[in-house]
Design a binder for this molecule. Structure first.
Ligand SMILES: [Zn+2]
Length: 1096
């Protein structure tokens, strides 16, 4: 039937709509997405430098429009469900008071990667390899903290030891900290030595002073083990930064009374939270004192220091001292140091096992044979040779892989290599693809596989002579012989049913039930689609996208639309038999946008009118996905469904759900059911979708519980995304929704993908995390994969590795491009292997480690009580650090907490994971929020998890107004907030502007256009556009932060002492949280205790 007889108005299609500035196809996200590499193999013959071509000019990042209508606070008040706004907001004491002191063995059966039991080996130092070489001894020295008697003659520097009285800390949130009043605020003491992240010279990486960081504030005295010797090069023990090129901002040493010792009072700990209570004890040299007190239970409503550090220190106990927050490793400092040391030089990937700069550092990458860290990051770039060593260290060996990562404009997309009909050259045995590590032999007639050692013949058409070094003379003319990342054009053998694929299709499936209509969603969406359809992804500078589109609306029944170009009006077909879904039309359902533009526009104009008076409140869900998938199947193509859905699907149909939300399950053994789908129907459906290459992106607009855990199953298993806009109202939320939608529709996606990670002999991929499906143990199947998604792969030993040959990874992704081309994208990475544990710890990457551990834990909650998951994380972290302490640090420093330089942030970051809403929810965090975050984190990359768990807090008025660079961040603690300043806080999902109560009136006027603090509207989400430098600067900064993230962050203005401040404070992750999460200081003390227990 014809849905509407009126002649459709013809909108001004054909050129970009002025309302979408920043909409240029090539500029979204700051880089050309239509990345058909400039040449295929034939044209590729330049020398190495020519690989690093820059893309055409004119590519610019389009700042999001910030002209949404002013929003009221209604949304903020709409309830806790609004995860997107408040994310990890919570305000209550957590449940963990029942936690017991029991330690769970590492082999708790959650997840599929059991940890080894607690390491309790006899204290054998350096059990691997020969006795320490001199270099190694040096490493040990550098890693050592002196814990014996301090030589009084040494000029103690570092911490200014105050009088032995308790001073309340500046912030109430550090009940057991803040004693060191004399230590200047904001100055980190010289905690760490060595080279966490060296420059691009790998040779230095093996230099001795690798670790040994953190000791206490007083450890500013460089000492030899004998405590009389001179300072070793590179060994500064937190003293003057003479030998710490990487820690340029170490503060000057401070005077300290000689021989000062910090110890706690004897006897049991005093009551918790008393400002008099002994905090973490420091003893000689400021090392952490021994803790022999009762084992506290981590996870209980963190009893502050009540049980920490209450032991008397050895010789002469002095009144208690507390650990100064300034004296413990600072994420801000580490990030700053890395930026300063590694941000200026390109990261050249030619050398095996190099640790890349941190994800928080801006750097360029030059591919010289290994994949860029934008594609692959590893937990360690030097892996133990044996599984025994790996088990001992407990450092997970994992790679976070983002196969289709977007690159900055300065870096070229991978070249496409076309080997014609013969297809890519592979090893006959293990099927690895030709790569720079393959060894050509016998004059070039054969090659030995670097993964399985199989000798293969070189096909005649691929033959080339070798030079005197055994290298093919054409090595630099071929990407596959000289680069870490490249693509092959796939032959028909790589295609489903031996048929080249059709271009993919997008199907927009719109909920038109009462809630969707009433909130204005349907009208907004239809209006947006009219112009957005001009920006479908395309490749290689083609004029038009090859992607076809189709439209479905639904409530309890489905409506399909025929939008064939020859029709004067769109036609609607209703399918009410949702139990047996079929597609009522084939011809005219999936169409080319430009051909059917008039009909599509007419349809989008009519949909909001057609359902304007609907009273239908019930919806179906599974049949909608089924319909989309069937439509793609009928069209014999892969594609993506964009579902816009509002409510729990309670209508009678397959996949019908009931409201099973039950907060009483929190902290019980049944809590895991909240994260599990309530029916298996969606897994079955997802499997069918994957087989069809049907990826599902879900946009949720719930007013109440919708069971995200169940609804997100199909998106999760098909490589799709879930977006959630709780209590959606057009006036408040349209900017966020439209920004996300635009980005989602435009982004380049690979369809019908299969990813395989091959490894050289000795290790293999054993576990996978991310949004995908696996039907066997090796192939990661992705109905769709976009440039934001990562797949995390864990490796285990299956044999001994060899220091000389190292270890190799090759990630091969077979996919269909947006234009319908079948391709293989190959990423190669070579890692070092070690026989000394110190080498492992020296080449770790904590951000990646945290990414892995968070994903591991977030999957664990599906199967195990949350407490078990938390305990397992803590135990593993303690084991990692204890192993370091035992094998890589000095035996004489028993009482001190010693952290490897590269892992000195592990405790603070891990604590953030433990406190996150999934693992320790506050009262205001809904079940849907937790499920939502859980699945989001699953495919986050390292940069995203980094900022998500440890938010960025930027002071806005401290730096000069004319400064164009981002202001330096401060630590995420209330203590760092000055009430005379304004701060931005972001974590990738949330964005707060915190206004101190004593901010100058001029600043208030400049930013908010009101005359006083009290007149600022709390909860404001848009800053007025004012023509003054401060306003412009702050708004530009907000735009810039948003542009860096894959999801639009809605702004919330929070006034000091206002009700909304609770939400904001939840993100101050170094502080104790109201849901029971430990403060950083407390957690560090606890971690030390755990380590000591493992070592004793
Ligand atoms: Zn092989």
């Amino acid at each position: 039937m014809n849905v509407n007889q009126s002649a459709p108005p013809v909108p001004p299609f054909g050129q970009p709509q002025p309302v979408y500035p920043g909409y240029h196809q090539s500029s979204y996200g700051g880089q050309p997405e239509s990345t058909a590499p400039p040449t295929s193999y034939g044209a590729y013959n330049g020398p190495v430098p020519s690989y690093q071509q820059t893309p055409p000019p004119g590519v610019s990042r389009a700042p999001p429009s910030s002209e949404a209508p002013p929003a009221s606070t209604a949304q903020a008040l709409c309830g806790q469900a609004a995860y997107g706004q408040f994310g990890q907001g919570d305000v209550q004491n957590g449940p963990s008071s029942t936690v017991q002191t029991q330690r769970f063995p590492g082999s708790q059966p959650f997840g599929s990667v059991p940890l080894a039991p607690v390491v309790s080996q006899p204290a054998v130092l350096q059990p691997y390899g020969p006795p320490p070489t001199s270099a190694q001894v040096t490493a040990q020295l550098a890693g050592m903290q002196i814990s014996g008697a301090v030589a009084p003659a040494l000029p103690p520097v570092g911490l200014g030891y105050g009088p032995p009285t308790s001073l309340a800390s500046a912030s109430g949130s550090f009940p057991n900290s803040g004693l060191y009043g004399s230590y200047p605020q904001g100055q980190a003491p010289p905690l760490s030595q060595g080279q966490g992240h060296l420059g691009a010279q790998p040779s230095q990486r093996s230099a001795p002073p690798q670790a040994s960081s953190f000791t206490s504030p007083a450890s500013g005295v460089p000492r030899m083990p004998s405590m009389t010797g001179p300072l070793l090069p590179g060994q500064s023990f937190g003293g003057p930064s003479v030998s710490q090129p990487n820690h340029v901002s170490s503060p000057p040493p401070q005077a300290l009374p000689p021989g000062t010792q910090m110890t706690g009072p004897p006897g049991p700990p005093p009551p918790m939270h008393s400002s008099q209570q002994p905090g973490y004890q420091l003893q000689q040299n400021g090392s952490f004192g021994p803790v022999r007190g009762p084992q506290p239970n981590y996870g209980s409503p963190y009893p502050g220091a009540s049980t920490f550090g209450s032991q008397p220190g050895p010789p002469q106990p002095l009144p208690p001292k507390r650990l100064d927050p300034d004296a413990i490793p600072s994420p801000i400092q580490v990030i700053e140091d890395d930026r300063n040391n590694r941000g200026s030089e390109p990261f050249v990937t030619g050398v095996r096992g190099q640790v890349p700069p941190l994800v928080t550092t801006n750097f360029l990458v030059k591919d010289q044979g290994n994949a860029s860290p934008r594609y692959i990051r590893c937990t360690s770039y030097n892996i133990p040779c044996t599984s025994d060593m790996a088990k001992q260290a407990q450092v997970p060996l994992a790679a976070v892989i983002k196969p289709l990562a977007r690159l900055p404009p300065e870096e070229a997309s991978p070249y496409v290599v076309d080997h014609g009909e013969s297809g890519p050259l592979r090893c006959n045995r293990c099927k690895a693809y030709m790569c720079p590590f393959m060894q050509f032999i016998e004059g070039g007639r054969r090659f030995q596989c670097c993964f399985c050692s199989c000798i293969n013949d070189v096909p005649p058409q691929y033959f080339q002579h070798l030079d005197h070094t055994g290298k093919r003379v054409d090595a630099y003319d071929r990407p596959e012989l000289s680069l870490g990342s490249y693509e092959f054009l796939a032959t028909v053998d790589y295609c489903k049913n031996n048929k080249f694929p059709s271009p993919p299709a997008f199907i927009f499936m719109i909920d038109v039930s009462y809630n969707a209509i009433r909130s204005g969603l349907v009208r907004l969406l239809c209006e947006e689609l009219k112009s957005l359809l001009d920006f479908l992804p395309r490749e290689g500078g083609t004029e038009e996208s090859a992607v076809r589109v189709g439209f479905v609306t639904y409530n309890k029944v489905l409506h399909f639309y025929n939008v064939k170009s020859s029709l004067a009006q769109p036609q609607m077909m209703v399918v009410s038999d949702v139990a047996d879904m079929f597609v009522p039309l084939l011809d005219g359902f999936l169409v080319n946008v430009s051909e059917s533009r008039a009909v599509i526009t007419s349809l989008l104009d009519q949909i909001p009118e057609m359902f304007a008076d609907t009273r239908e409140t019930e919806t179906v869900f599974a049949p909608v996905i089924q319909a989309g998938m069937e439509a793609l199947k009928a069209a014999e193509c892969a594609g993506k469904l964009f579902l816009f859905h509002t409510s729990l699907p309670i209508a009678e149909a397959p996949g019908k759900l009931k409201n099973r939300d039950d907060r009483k399950l929190i902290n019980t053994d049944k809590e895991k059911t909240l994260f599990q789908p309530q029916t298996g129907a969606y897994q079955t459906l997802a499997k069918e979708c994957v087989a069809q290459g049907c990826c599902v992106d879900l946009f949720l607009f719930p007013n109440q519980y919708v069971d995200v855990a169940t609804l997100s199953v199909v998106p999760q298993l098909t490589g799709g995304s879930v977006y959630k806009y709780a209590c959606f109202q057009v006036e408040n939320d349209q900017e966020r929704f439209l920004s996300d939608l635009r980005r989602d529709v435009q982004k380049v996606v690979g369809f019908d993908a299969v990813m395989r990670v091959r490894t050289s002999t000795g290790i293999r991929a054993v576990d996978f995390f991310g949004a995908f499906y696996m039907s066997n143990t090796t192939d990661v199947e992705l109905a769709g994969l976009d440039g934001d998604k990562t797949v995390t792969v864990e490796f285990k030993h299956d044999d001994r590795l060899n220091e000389e040959s190292g270890a190799l990874l090759q990630c091969a992704l077979l996919y269909t491009s947006c234009a319908g081309q079948r391709r293989l994208r190959i990423h190669n990475l070579a890692l070092n292997c070690c026989t000394q544990l110190a080498d492992l710890y020296r080449n770790c990457e904590t951000d990646t480690l945290i990414n892995y551990m968070a994903k591991f834990a977030y999957r664990g909650v599906l199967n195990s009580p949350v407490k078990t998951v938390r305990d397992t994380l803590i135990t593993q972290c303690a084991q990692i650090l204890a192993c370091y302490r035992k094998n890589c640090a000095s035996p004489s420093s028993a009482g001190q907490l010693i952290l490897p330089e590269c892992m000195k942030l592990l405790p603070v970051y891990l604590n953030c994971v433990l406190k996150s809403d999934v693992l320790q929810p506050g009262a205001e965090v809904s079940t849907d929020d937790r499920a939502y975050v859980r699945q989001l984190v699953t495919s986050m990359d390292v940069a995203e998890t980094n900022v998500f768990f440890y938010p960025r807090l930027l002071p806005l008025t401290k730096s000069p107004i004319e400064s164009t660079t981002e202001p330096p961040a401060v630590r995420a603690s209330e203590e760092r907030l000055s009430n005379g300043d304004i701060y931005l806080l972001e974590n990738g999902l949330n964005l707060f502007l915190w206004v101190g109560a004593s901010v100058q009136q001029g600043v208030v006027q400049s930013l908010f256009s009101v005359s006083s603090f009290s007149q600022i509207t709390s909860g404001l989400s848009v800053l007025p556009i004012l023509d003054n430098p401060l306003s412009k600067k702050v708004r530009a900064l907000i735009d810039s932060l948003r542009a860096q993230r894959s999801r639009y962050m809605k702004l919330i203005v929070v006034k000091q002492e206002d009700k909304l401040e609770m939400l904001f404070k939840h993100f101050l992750v170094e502080d104790k949280s109201l849901s029971g999460g430990a403060s950083y200081v407390d957690f560090l003390c606890h971690m030390h205790k755990e380590i000591r227990q493992l070592l004793s």
